[in-house]
Design a protein around this ligand. Sequence first.
Ligand code: SF4
Length: 222
Amino acid sequence: MQPLFQHEDTERAVAIFEVLNADGGIGWRRSSLYQNAPDPFRTLISAMLSPRTDRESNRIAVENLFALAQTPEMMSQLDYETILEAIAPVTYAENKARYVPLLSAQIAEWGEVPADRDRLMTLPGVGWKVALLTLWVAYGLAPEICVDVHVARIGKRLGLVKPTTQQPQKVSQELMQIVPKEIWGPWNPTMVYHGRTICFPSRPNCAQCPIYDLCERIGVKR
Ligand code: SF4
């Protein structure tokens, strides 16, 4: 069967990664993503609160919460109103406030944050992306490429992901056919950083982009 992508795409993906990490690399600095990381429980809570929330709001919410309770046992005892007030800066705070004590109680029962994607995904509020994020930040493990809006959008513009692919898991599968396994973990933070600083959703700053020559700019208005 004809491979979906050709070898030169792997070389191009590696070159893209190397250029974007040329200064030492946000992608390799797991601890830069979460303050005080990699404490696994704090990382898990932070990742669970992070969907659709900007980094600063997430940081404030996590700090508020951990000022009230530092262990899973203590966190599981907090009441809903107290949690809601602490995590008010994040999006969907009402739902996430319900998850916090349930998730904490389960971690207290297990005695640790499991370094296992499938077990993490049994926790309240923890889906595929949050589980992968937790594994990478807390333990440096990357069984798959974690895909969010930045990873998907930039992957398509680069021509590494088909423009029609929608589901994050399918985007991840396409990328994993090209991107070498050693950089699956830092691929997400590398693209998130690039998406926040250069390759913006509506107006990518192609003129200033360090990977301009490596990018096919699929779907980008010239
Ligand atoms: S050249 Fe433009 S579209 Fe391609 S990665 Fe850079 S900013 Fe994004």
